[in-house]
Design a protein around this ligand. Structure first.
Ligand SMILES: [Zn+2]
Length: 391
């Protein structure tokens, strides 16, 4: 390791206590998507005190922010998330994502004067609300990443390695409009919208035998009618459909799922309305950026294990199709197979295993930023790989 790298890492070490305190503070104040006022305030105050130029709110999103040091382009973005789950709190460990991005930025900031370019922490709210419009999708629409040359993100996990696979997702809002009538006196005058929803679920369950193993379909009834003695005039559900292969998802599976609802409409006579509420892409991990993260991890003494394949989805996928981007995971001390989005994860995200992973992630990303800002050809290679992947 050379002197510049050592200085970046010791800047992170000097702030170790403050970074742990920051992550624990977020952990103790869990906020769900788009309500992360406390977290965004804390993070921006922390970075402002350390000389970062802060835009808050950012991109027209109230709890988003951007905090930057350095001069001009290229600009490397370190992605922070900080939303929690209802009831469970930080059961996805997003407090550690925020802490790692801030830590990495402090490391890079310590040597930024000797590099060409800048580093920006971009605070992206509401990652968990993939079935509506999550933060990165709103920020992308607002052009909030248009001057970003590369983006890096850490996510806590039960293993350590590069993210290589996740699922594209489409969320459907399906509603049925029927006709009310007395449920006992003259039910023949009514059209039961709830039956439209129930038949949709049953038809999807019949379809399930014929979907590819990588696909997932799951949902809930959001409106099941009003009272039991009136034929339900309105009922609604949200259904999430996921697959690794984007083409399979959009061209084959989604039309079949939508036909389940259309079939239910024919069977019941209730009119169906199908709205695609949200589209999330699968992640394209940029091979050049991923290679640098892997190298940095080795230098930090925490080599990556097998590539991580996630069953889930993230709006980082949408970001990865707009700018060269890479994501990696570090285990927070939980055995593989531990249920995610759980109290066990929430506990680890506020404990020594989580802190250790967060600080290591900060070190890995700081070293990666350094390489990108002092060897300009790497960014060019990353961009070329990005262009051929999104083609
Ligand atoms: Zn998460």
């Amino acid at each position: 390791m050379d002197a510049l790298q050592m200085r970046a890492l010791s800047a992170i070490d000097e702030e170790r206590g403050a970074l742990v305190k920051l992550a624990d503070d977020l952990h103790a104040h869990p906020e769900v998507g788009y309500q992360e006022h406390y977290a965004a305030e804390r993070l921006t105050a922390f970075l402002r005190e350390r000389g970062f130029q802060v835009q808050f709110p950012y991109g027209g999103v109230e709890t988003a922010f951007r905090a930057q040091v350095g001069a001009d382009r290229p600009t490397i973005a370190l992605i922070a998330e900080y939303d929690a789950l209802p009831e469970i709190g930080h059961g996805c460990g997003h407090n550690l994502i925020a802490g790692s991005a801030v830590g990495a930025a402090l490391g890079a900031a310590a040597v930024i004067a000797e590099l060409e370019g800048s580093v920006a922490v971009i605070g992206t709210p509401a990652e968990e609300i993939l079935y509506q419009t999550p933060g990165k999708v709103r920020l992308l629409r607002a052009g909030a990443f248009s001057d970003i040359d590369a983006a890096l993100e850490f996510h806590p996990w039960t293993a350590t390695g590069l993210l290589t696979k996740d699922r594209a997702l489409v969320s459907l809002n399906i509603s049925f409009h029927g006709r009310p009538a007395h449920a006992a006196a003259d039910p023949w005058n009514g059209i039961n919208a709830l039956d439209g929803v129930l038949l949709t679920f049953n038809a999807i369950n019949a379809l399930r035998q014929h979907i590819k193993p990588e696909a997932r379909i799951h949902g809930n009834i959001t409106h099941g009618g009003e009272v039991p003695n009136v034929i339900h005039a309105f009922a609604a559900a949200q259904i999430i459909v996921r697959a690794e292969d984007r083409r399979y998802l959009f061209e084959e599976l989604l039309p079949k799922v939508e036909n389940c609802a259309r079939g239910a409409s024919i069977a019941t006579g209730a009119q169906v309305e199908i709205v695609r509420a949200s589209e999330i892409d699968s992640t394209l991990n940029n091979p050049v950026l991923a290679g640098l993260l892997e190298q940095a991890a080795k230098e930090c003494g925490i080599p990556f294990g097998a590539p991580v394949e996630l069953g889930a989805s993230t709006d980082f996928g949408n970001l990865s199709r707009a700018v060269p981007a890479a994501s990696f995971m570090i285990d927070i001390g939980l055995p593989p197979g531990t249920a995610w989005h759980s109290r066990e994860v929430a506990q680890a995200a506020g404990g020594p295993g989580g802190h250790r992973a967060m600080l290591n992630a900060a070190r890995i990303m700081a070293l990666t930023v350094l390489e990108l800002l002092r060897r300009r050809e790497l960014l060019q290679q990353a961009f070329a790989a990005f262009q051929s992947a999104v083609k």
